[in-house]
Ligand binder design. Structure first.
Ligand SMILES: [Zn+2]
Length: 137
């Protein structure tokens, strides 16, 4: 829920920034129309390009945040093999929450379009998966 709230806040910020920029530009070019007034058109297109870049940066920040605690995902772990990319074990990156809430798996090979990243919640006992290796030694 926190993750969606942060995304909504970022979108609201982006919309407010867009509205503010358009109102500010309209102050310089009263009664201008996009496509008819060259200066106004460039100003609006420049503002939209600026907002697109800001929005992309906000999305990249959002993508690499934990779905539960919003901390930045860390410790990227490369898995798979590029030589077996089309059959088995295609290359992936695993990102993990530093507090153990979950893992994001990011495919590095996109054969049929962009695959969405996979988020897996970890169990309450984060260290459970390592218990077997501790018992054997
Ligand atoms: Zn977390």
């Amino acid at each position: 829920m926190k993750w969606w709230s942060l995304l909504a806040a970022k979108l609201a910020l982006l919309a407010a920034l867009h509205l503010g920029l358009i109102l500010w530009i309209n102050g310089f070019f009263p009664k201008a129309v996009v496509g008819l007034h060259l200066g106004y058109s460039f100003a609006v297109f420049g503002a939209d390009l600026f907002l697109f870049v800001i929005g992309y940066a906000l999305w990249l920040d959002q993508k690499y945040r934990c779905r539960k605690c919003l901390s930045r995902l860390r410790m990227p772990l490369a898995k798979g093999s590029w030589s077996h990319a089309t059959l088995f074990g295609h290359p992936q990156l695993e990102w993990i929450c530093p507090y153990g809430h979950g893992t994001m798996i990011q495919d590095e090979v996109h054969l049929s379009g962009a695959d969405p990243d996979h988020w897996m919640k970890n169990d309450a006992d984060f260290w459970k998966s390592f218990e077997d290796s501790w018992r054997k030694s």
